[in-house]
Design a protein around this ligand. Structure first.
Ligand code: HEM
Ligand code: HEM
Length: 179
């Protein structure tokens, strides 16, 4: 894509989706602990596949899936603000790569979980569990990036927390889009 208009800020809806999904992911990890035993028990036929714990985990996992599709739509229609000019180019690529990887993982992972449950597939369950390690790695890199931006005081963390009243959602800046 060549020169395309990008927004100066995230929309309130984008921010809302960001923090809601982050919260739900925390919940998924908290509830994921007992999932392996529950799934193994179902595979051995000693418990139903959609027992209470599995149902709750599956419900919120699929909610994340739907929210990620919605968020992807917002990213494509509204866009995302450009990185600060002070950010080294290599870090810009790393940051964008991490964001894309989040989309891939958070869309693929629930599908693998759903496939594991519906098809009673141990292979998909293993893929799902391994992807959760990748998600931890991405989250660690992402949070490290946020902390780095805090030390630089470049306003990047702030723009995912609160809209600057001086700006609005409208496209008010044209910068080269490298997405
Ligand atoms: C983005 C959404 C999701 C996240 C972040 C997530 C996270 C996790 C985590 C952290 C575990 C524990 C992995 C381990 O034992 O190391 C787990 C296990 C599991 N999850 Fe999810 N999950 C999600 C969506 C789903 C969905 C939608 C389903 C089913 C419809 C599902 C089914 C399972 C199953 C069956 C296991 C046990 C796998 C095993 O045998 O180890 N998950 N999940
Ligand atoms: C695992 C949970 C999280 C996920 C999946 C996640 C995902 C993302 C994604 C995909 C973006 C790109 C913007 C978009 O497409 O909407 C983003 C931006 C951002 N996230 Fe997170 N995030 C998580 C947790 C956090 C946490 C805990 C913080 C704060 C410490 C944080 C701070 C930010 C900031 C400041 C931005 C804006 C970056 C920029 O504009 O370049 N995120 N996040």
């Amino acid at each position: 894509m060549s020169d395309t208009a990008r927004p100066a800020v995230y929309s309130s809806t984008q921010m809302f989706a960001h923090w809601l999904i982050a919260f739900l992911i925390l919940f998924q990890f908290a509830s994921g602990g007992g999932m392996e035993q529950a799934f193994d028990a179902a595979m051995e036929g000693v418990a139903p596949m959609l027992s209470g714990a599995v149902f709750v985990h599956a419900f919120f996992g699929l909610t994340i899936f739907v929210l990620m599709l919605w968020r992807l739509g917002m990213r494509l229609s509204h866009g995302t603000p450009p990185p600060p000019e002070t950010e080294p180019e290599k870090l810009q690529y790393l940051s964008r790569g991490t964001h894309y990887a989040f989309y891939a993982v958070l869309i693929g992972m629930p599908l693998a979980g759903l496939g594991a449950v519906l098809l009673r597939s141990g292979l998909l369950a293993t893929a799902h569990a391994w992807t959760s390690k990748l998600l931890i790695l991405l989250a660690a890199m992402h949070i490290a990036g946020a902390l780095w931006h805090l030390t630089k005081r470049d306003g990047v963390v702030h723009r995912m927390i609160r809209r600057d009243p001086a700006t609005n959602d409208t496209v008010d800046e044209v910068v080269p889009d490298r997405t």
